[in-house]
Design a binder for this molecule. Structure first.
Ligand code: AMP
Length: 186
């Protein structure tokens, strides 16, 4: 199964992607995690993207697309995967579509987590993960980047009839049950 989990910052994409990964036995690919780990390990990639992540801006499309393409070459992704944080712009979505086409594969589901804006802000500011981009002013920028650059990705996938909208308000378990029901009823 190939799945994209989509939603604004604070929607719970990472948490739900981990649960989906366990339940359906598919690897979880988070571009944000790749960047955070590169920064932590002070790799060349980490040095290149640190200021971008700190500001809550987006890493350039070519960089992210190149990275995802490379990563997906690993055999562990042959049986499917869940993408979290990618694609985040329409050009990334197009590049990903081309990649699937080249491999003769299709996307099974685009899960859109829907959460009201005030709840997103409250969640991020109280989650205490120690992320350098979780301060009030960075969160404001991340939300504005989301509306401007990332929301159009939803419209793009709506044309493909793969979008499943999930109510992202409730306990982690409640939300996960909704996701499971949606994926199992496909
Ligand atoms: P996330 O963990 O998905 O919230 O991502 C954290 C940060 O990593 C974002 O605010 C961006 O700076 C960067 N990032 C992650 N994924 C992407 C992507 N697909 N395109 C551009 N930047 C990304």
């Amino acid at each position: 199964m190939r799945i994209i989990i989509f939603g604004p910052p604070g929607a719970g994409k990472g948490t739900q992607a981990n649960l989906i990964s366990e339940e359906f036995n598919i690897p979880h690919l988070s571009t944000g995690e790749i960047f955070r780990s590169a920064i932590k390990n002070e790799t060349p990639l980490g040095k290149e993207v640190k200021a971008i992540l700190d500001a809550g801006d987006l890493v350039p499309d070519e960089k992210v697309v190149g990275l995802v393409k490379e990563e997906l070459k690993d055999d562990k992704y042959n049986g499917g995967y869940i993408l979290d944080g990618f694609p985040r712009t329409v050009p990334q979505a197009k590049a990903f579509d081309d990649l699937l086409d080249e491999k003769g594969k299709t996307l099974d589901a685009f899960l859109q987590l829907e959460v009201p804006e005030q709840e997103l802000i409250d969640r991020i500011l109280s989650r205490g993960e120690g992320r350098s981009d979780d301060s009030p002013e960075k969160v404001k920028n991340r939300l504005s980047v989301y509306h401007k650059e990332t929301e159009p990705v939803l419209k793009y996938y709506k044309k493909q009839d793969v979008v499943k909208t999930i109510d992202g308000v409730g306990s982690i378990k409640e939300i996960f049950n909704r996701i499971k029901d949606t994926l199992n009823s496909k």
